[in-house]
Design a protein around this ligand. Sequence first.
Ligand SMILES: [Cu+2]
Length: 141
Amino acid sequence: MHKLGEYLFRKFGVLFLGFFLIGGIPPSSAQPLQEVKVTIEGHTFQTTQMPLQLDTETIIYITNKDMVRHDFGSDMFWNTLTHVESKGVVTYGKGIEGVYLEPGQEASIRLMLNHSGCFQFQCSIHKEMKGEILLLTVDAV
Ligand SMILES: [Cu+2]
């Protein structure tokens, strides 16, 4: 009985390790994903971004660190299929104008940026709050 248990453990332990290794290798077909991080603090948008490429899936993470509600709105979403995730709920569609963020809330917006340039965003509640995401490509020069 004891030996059987040990045998099973070894056998399945190895199997589990095998699954873990296979599962741990990222699929080679994975699309590149580029990230933009936007933090709202003190009624200001702080943007951290890498150089962005055209026609690559882009995900914008927004965090509201203020004690008041803010809005992240932009016309960059108007003609693009957009996935918005907030509080575990995913909303998608074209023509999204923005996302409201309650105090301490996070949201992510996933989309394809299909033309280069400067993408402006703003808070519709506090009109003075503005920021931008820069997408420059070699072709655009
Ligand atoms: Cu605001």
